[in-house]
Design a protein. Structure first.
Length: 313
């Protein structure tokens, strides 16, 4: 392996911020974490931890908050449940629930107030230490042949610098995202997927967006970002914005963007959540065929679905 391909130190830690209020899903999130909402039968946050584990990162730091205890319980061993499942001969289910607890080493730190994503990441500073780390937002569920984070780790290993996941979005949608301005890295075999970032703008209007390359919820960050987060003033909505801190980091060190291969679902948004549910259910070997038949049986009209007989199915 060429020396330049091992520029980045190994990543040991992924930070998963899960302390947000989840207002877009109220009232469902009044008494349960948004991150525990299931796509079919698996909570959003489990998709995220599985991606971390499949990328070879052994440690997960959850940034939690009030009312998020269900997440801790989900990634812990549940002796009572396992005992009862074993007693009923449900060995497969017992293994299934036990496997969740074995996905990663986990630790927790609490963000006392939901002051934004940037503040959540800064809360993990003491646990991460002075080393690079990944950040995964469980709102973004990504189905990919190679886990998205792993694709980014290849870029990080090459440059030893921060890497953000980016995706092309329609010009109408740019105002929902952090948008990057970047120059494609042509020297290497990245197939035009890797950009050196020159600027980033949080939620620009379509007329002011420097491109349609949107930042998605996967990051590999150098520890320099902590200093920037600690000194960045709260931005939009009184929250410390990660994009603002990264823009400051950009003045000191290069940051790269990686257009990942795979299908991303924005499960933090109601329509995106529904799309993820339908598409992932269709891909399930145990459900897909019956679910597809059911969807085909619906006559979709402007007034909503009707069965061929005109009755609600
Ligand atoms: P979102 O921007 O989706 O915010 O956070 P939210 O509070 O979860 O949801 P809405 O917008 O009110 O519906 C992206 C990720 O960052 C975490 C969230 O838990 C989510 O996983 N987050 C956000 C924090 O950990 N702390 C915060 O202060 C804000």
């Amino acid at each position: 392996m060429a020396q330049e391909e091992i520029a980045g130190a190994p990543l040991r830690t992924a930070v998963l911020p899960v302390a947000g209020l989840g207002t877009r899903f109220l009232p469902a999130t009044k008494a349960q974490p948004k991150e525990m909402l299931p796509i079919v039968d698996k909570p959003l946050v489990q998709y995220a931890v599985e991606e971390v584990a499949a990328s070879g990162i052994p440690m997960v730091i959850f940034v939690t908050g009030r009312g998020k205890e269900a997440i801790e319980n989900h990634f812990d061993v549940s002796f009572e449940l396992e005992h009862q499942l074993a007693g009923r001969g449900k060995e497969e289910l017992r293994s299934l629930v036990r496997a969740v607890a074995g996905l990663a080493k986990v630790c927790y730190v609490r963000q006392q107030q939901a002051r934004g994503l940037g503040d959540a990441i800064l809360t993990a500073r003491g646990l991460v230490g002075d080393e690079p780390f990944a950040v995964v937002l469980s709102d973004d569920v990504i189905e990919a042949p190679v886990p998205c984070l792993r694709q980014m780790m290849k870029v990080y290993a090459h440059y030893g610098r921060s890497v953000v996941a980016i995706q092309r979005v329609s010009h109408r949608q740019v105002s929902n995202y952090g948008i990057v301005q970047g120059v494609p890295e042509s020297r290497h075999h990245w197939d035009g997927r890797v950009f050196r970032i020159q600027n980033m703008v949080e939620k620009p209007s379509p007329g002011k967006a420097p491109s349609n390359l949107a930042i998605i919820g996967r990051y590999i960050l150098t520890p320099g970002v902590f200093h920037q987060l600690a000194t960045t003033q709260p931005g939009a909505g009184g929250e410390v914005q990660l994009t603002d801190a990264m823009r400051h980091l950009l003045e000191r060190e290069p940051i790269y963007g990686c257009v990942f291969e795979g299908q991303r679902y924005d499960a933090g948004d109601k329509l995106g959540f529904l799309k993820a549910t339908v598409e992932l259910a269709l891909k399930r070997p145990d459900l897909g065929s019956d679910f597809r038949k059911y969807l085909r049986s619906l006559l979709l009209s402007r007034s909503g679905p009707r069965s061929p007989s005109g009755n609600r199915p």
